[in-house]
Design a protein around this ligand. Sequence first.
Ligand code: C2O
Ligand code: CU
Length: 486
Amino acid sequence: MKAGAMLSRRAFLGSTAMLGAGALIAPSRTTEARVPASFAPTQTITLKAGDLDMHLLGPGGPVSRTYAYDGEPFKLLRAPRGARLEATFDNGLQEGSTLHFHGIRMPNEFDGVPTLTQPLVQAGGRFVYRLPLDDPGTFFFHPHCDETGQAGRGLAGVLIVEDPRDPKFDAEHILCLKDWRLAADGSFLAMSEPDGASKAGTFGATRTVNGAPTLEFTAPAGGDVRLRILNLDSTRIMDIGVEGAHASLIAVDGHALAPVLLDKLPDGIWRMGPAQRIDLSLRMPTDGTPVTVGDYRAADIYQFATLTAKGSVSGKRSMKPLALPKADLPRPDMKRAERYSFTLQQATNAAVKEIGLPADDPFAKALIDSLCVGSTTYWGINQESWPTGDRRRLPPPLATMTTGRSYRVEIKNETRFPHPVHLHGHAFEVISSSLDRLPRHFADTVLVQPGEAVEVAFVAARGDWVFHCHILEHMETGMMGYFRVV
Ligand code: C2O
Ligand code: CU
């Protein structure tokens, strides 16, 4: 059914009827992104999106046709801090896409949001992104159109920005967590069901880490291991915990914080929703005891990695965990910051309506395609949904802000489900939680629990930046808006 829908979408995009629809929602910006005069790339790459066959149901199992960049699952890019990355996106998919470098502070024109910051890159098309990589840490990139479909099929990559000042770890592992929605024959099930989209999301039952069911490593006894853990799932919120070693949280969404022992946090876990990342520092035991890393959220614990200590401990180390150099981000001026409050809501019945055209009307389809949203609205922010029902243009911004000014934004969750809320192009400081759950830290996404109010603060950067839930179905059914910073 999905294939059929895509076929008709493609057929339609190629037809002239698109011109009519395009005129209504035509982006005001030019196809070729403007090149900042001062941008001299230090690294030039091409990222080609396309199909990749994977054995996700086991080595002898059936093949699943996933999507990947450059034919590699969770394609890894590494760059030194301060690098200037020129990445040409080459769209080898059979549908439109874009690249969004999640968590990177960058010029707005390279943010990858179709209609808002750039036109959709059609099948076979290209787009050049020019990114300053000034913040060290664990980041990722993904498409920003038909995300449930494309990211649901695995289209995501990892971007590690290395800081020469980082302490030396004895080992480092990158762990990409993602569930897949697969039938027994390896084919994909529908990525979204109304019952999921309107509630906690539509879950995958095949859980993986780096595309495998679980991972096993050995690590030097008594050594320090850095784990970069990325929640690349579209839906699942995970409670990350470690057994068998002292584990400290040393970065959230790439940004260093003063190390906190996981055991000192409520329930001894760090809860992270889709798109959120953490770096952990583990002190390996001496005796070959296995150290396990898992998701403890469900009764059915998913232990996704096991590390076994090997060798004898060399020298004596301080008990202190290795800390990363302090995050070097613009600090909001809390005294003079202007305040906003946004409430995450279930859309009211009046707003839960289809686009005011029959679903198979080509005009309605073009509209949905070009805004990269679903046709149904379940969610809203401050009574606004993206885009509401039959609105045919971009909705107005949720807020208009001033470049360089500080803002304190309260995010209140009035729904019965948790929402990981992400702001593009900024790292915000998480100031407080009404449930008193979170240490102060920098992040690009914050999980807001039902009934909770979280306050974040940031210095606004110029551009139109989307603000959305990163449970992809929630975003595609209304829980998205944007801040216009002028
Ligand atoms: Cu991972 Cu709109 O973002
Ligand atoms: Cu949500």
